[in-house]
Ligand binder design. Sequence first.
Ligand code: F6R
Length: 240
Amino acid sequence: MQIEIFDSGYKLACRAADIFEETVKANPSAVLGLATGASPVNTYKELIARYNAGRLSFAGVTTFNLDEYCDLPQNDKNSYYTFMKENLFDSVDVKPENIHIENGNAADFDAEAAAYDRAIEAAGGIDLQLLGIGTNGHIGFNEPADAFTDGTFRIRLTESTIKANSRYFTDSKMPEYALTMGIASIMHAKKILLIATGGAKAEAIFNTVKGPISPRCPASVLRLHRDAVLLLDTAAAALL
Ligand code: F6R
C-alpha cells in the first residue's frame, strides 16, 4: 500500500486527478469506479477543470458507482445519482449510456446486485476505483462485520453511518439500507485510490494502515491489494 500525505486539500485533489488523467490517457475507454460523499468533491472539481481546459476527455470511459441508497427516489437531492450529476457527470463529456449506478428502487435487490456485477464483468472490470472511508473504516457501504463481503449486495447501514450521513437529510429521513459493491468487487479493481481528509478519519486510517487486517475495519483489506494508493491530508494521517 502506497501512502502519500499532503498539507493542502488542493494538492491532494490534484494528485488524485493526476492518477485519473494517467489512467484515462493510457486507456481512453477505461472503466472508472466512482465514489460519492465529501472526500472526492475537490478531485471531481479538478477533473472538470482539466476537461474544460481540453486536457482530458471522458467520452470513451465507462463508470460504475460504488453505492446507492435504497428506497430513495433517483432524483432526490440526496441520491448518489443526483450527487454524481451535480458534481461530475453534468460537467464533463461522459456518455449517459456508459454511466452505471445501482438502482436503489429495484423491485428485486438481489437481481439488481447480480446484474450490476455482471455489467462490471462485461465491461472488462474496473481499471481505477476511487474510495472514501467512513469514520468506522467502511469502504463503499461495507460496514464493519464478521466477514469480508463478496459482490454487490444490499446492506443495512450501521447507526454510526446513519449518524454521519444524516446531516445531509435535513428535510427527509435518511434511508436505512443501501446497495453497495462488496469488498471482493472493490478488490478486483486493477488500481485503488482512497482519499481521506480531516481529523475525524484519523482513527479509521490508523486502523487501516496499522491495525489487524480484519473485516472489523473493512478498509484494512486494501493492504492485500497490489496497487492501492492512500492520499491523506495531515489531519487524517495524524495517528500514523
Ligand atoms: C460513498 C461511499 C462511502 C464514503 C464514506 C466517506 O460512495 O462509498 O464509503 O466514501 O462514507 O464519506 P465522506 O467522504 O462524505 O466522508
